[in-house]
Ligand binder design. Structure first.
Ligand code: PHB
Length: 397
């Protein structure tokens, strides 16, 4: 007797657990929850605000209902790179809030902490930012709508040599996307006939850049290549490059577009003027779709000056999630959802894009841009050249 009830208890427990992990799945017209993890407070809050603006711009333009199911966004704040907290937030979203999809994630270490939960939770993760190539290898249930630093750092090598600049110091933040950027830039500059004479890696929490600027000065390069995660570190770095006299001395700063996000340009002003960067998105990109996106995202973020690239990753991420919801008829089936968007191609505010079926990362145009003023006197990333159809060279087979 006692044995039977214990068995029953065990079975009930297992069922409850399966339910908690979302294994039962919802078929009828339920609300489908999408958990979005990002930095909504703290030093990187503006980046999280851009996730929110991009996601809400998509809902404003397309409506909150997909295939008869209402979409509800559930935001969770992860202020800085913190893998333990990332894992806890993702687990809570999956188990307690019963989200069917996860989106967002600004920092690579957080993405790496979340991917091991996806299979058991039966939840796909659509990455709106984290940009290290290898994240895609950590789970077959990840799709990415942002960029990789290998993708964005590659076109800079040729652009630099075309401008007669061959001798470089490379400066990156010492973690996944920095290491990838350093490697991609070195490969590209060497292929173009240039060289990296010194490679500097800075800890993620570096806020004082004058010792780095001294090291650069001592190495005597013609150019500097830099990657740091966009936010207070990039603002500090570009300012220090100018304030310590390197810009004035004629050393050319090349970087991925993380260093010149539009929301920082008013504060950087002349310090960033003329900087050449490469990136997947400029707010000033000239297309009808982008104009409509910028209008909707400006409205969502409340002040146009605050808009920058994480918004487009989120906007396209919501599009991908909507296709997943439609393909699964609202049922929770992570594998089928991911399968359905492999090869998906569409016109993004950034230009033509496609989810590469092999890597699940976004194939896109990478633009060369120059920091300049537009006709109204506002600082922009002015697109000056484009390299279409770029897969992630860090993953390409
Ligand atoms: C990342 O941690 O992958 C990351 C963060 C900010 C960026 C780029 C990459 O601007």
């Amino acid at each position: 007797m006692q044995k039977t009830s214990f068995g029953r208890l065990l079975r009930a427990g297992a069922l409850a657990l399966a339910g908690a992990w979302g294994l039962s799945g919802a078929a009828s017209a339920d609300t489908i929850k999408v958990g979005i993890i990002g930095p909504f407070s703290g030093p990187f809050a503006l980046q999280g605000k851009n996730f929110q603006a991009g996601a809400e711009a998509w809902l404003a333009q397309n409506g909150k209902t997909v295939a008869g199911h209402d979409i509800e966004l559930v935001y969770r704040d992860l202020p800085t790179a913190n893998p333990q907290q990332a894992r806890a937030l993702a687990q809570e979203l999956i188990v307690r809030d019963k989200v069917q999809y996860l989106g967002g994630v600004y920092f690579t270490p957080d993405a790496m902490a979340i991917t091991p939960l996806l299979k058991q939770g039966n939840v796909p993760l659509v990455i709106f930012n984290a940009a290290t190539s290898a994240i895609m290898n950590s789970s077959p249930l990840v799709v990415r709508t942002s960029f990789t630093t290998a993708q964005t750092a590659t076109p800079i090598g040729k652009a630099a040599v075309d401008r007669g600049i061959k001798k470089f110091v490379s400066v990156v933040t010492d973690y996944g996307p920095g290491v990838d950027a350093e490697g991609a830039f070195k490969k590209a500059i060497e292929a173009a006939g240039g060289e990296v004479v010194e490679s500097i890696r800075m800890p993620l929490n570096t806020t004082e850049f004058s010792p780095i600027m001294q090291r650069i000065r001592d190495a005597g390069p013609q150019g500097v290549f830099a990657f740091l995660p966009s936010g207070p570190p990039t603002l500090g770095f570009v300012k220090a490059f100018s304030d310590t006299g390197l810009k004035q001395a004629g050393v050319k700063l090349f970087a991925t577009g993380d260093l010149t996000q539009e929301s920082d340009l008013p504060a950087l002003g002349e310090a960033a003027a003329g900087m050449v960067t490469s990136f997947h998105y400029a707010v000033s990109h000239d297309s009808e779709i982008n104009k409509r996106f910028v209008a909707a995202a400006d409205k969502a973020i409340g002040a146009p000056d605050l808009l920058s690239f994480p918004a487009v990753g989120a906007y396209d991420g919501m599009f991908v999630i909507s296709k997943m919801i439609a393909a699964t008829g609202g049922k929770q089936d992570a594998e089928k959802a991911v399968e359905a968007v492999k090869g998906l191609a569409w016109e993004s505010p950034r230009g033509p894009v496609k989810i590469d079926p092999e890597t699940r990362h976004i194939t896109q145009t990478i633009y060369l841009r120059e920091v300049a003023k537009d006709a109204q006197g506002r600082w922009i990333n002015k697109e000056i050249a484009s390299v279409p159809d770029q897969k992630d060279p860090g993953l390409a087979k």
